[in-house]
Design a protein around this ligand. Sequence first.
Ligand code: 5GP
Length: 179
Amino acid sequence: MQTIELLGKKFVTSIPREEIEREVKRVAGEINNDYKGKRPLLLGVLNGAFMFAADLMRNLDIECEISFVKMSSYQGTITTGAVREVIGLNESIEGRDVIVIEDIVDTGLTMQRMLEQLSAHNPSSINIASLFLKPARLKVPVDVKYSAFTISDRFIVGYGLDYDGLGRNLPDIYDAAEE
Ligand code: 5GP
């Protein structure tokens, strides 16, 4: 087990890069099957999903496009989760088969808000592909069609996921160490 420190907080290795690669390939295989003959638009959610989106797309052999969006930050009402907006959607998604690529679905509030807003643009279909899912933390029902890993309630970093901006470059996943 390898321990690292980010901003004075300790993290220990949890999921090695080989396992991530294997699961990302599995998810890509499911998408290749389900979207055969279609041309989905992958919508990566920045910042956390950039690495997953890149590796996932590298493993798709169907026609596909990619674009990235962001959710605006909370503006004082974290509890309602109602003030976040999708920003950076530059192309029309009307009539498109959209696959939202997310790093982790925790409470589900981010994805719920994202789906509400994207649906208003009349895509033909929307599905979610999330690298991680924390079912124990879900507060709202969110249908995650594709997920690489289901994990317990713990804080993770690496492979695009950060701790206060750091750790996104780590090729493996690390768990926050017990204090
Ligand atoms: P939700 O709206 O589902 O509660 O939050 C999802 C967002 O919270 C993710 O996109 C991610 O940015 C952040 N998040 C949730 N759990 C974790 C975690 O364990 N590690 C990191 N680095 N970010 C997390």
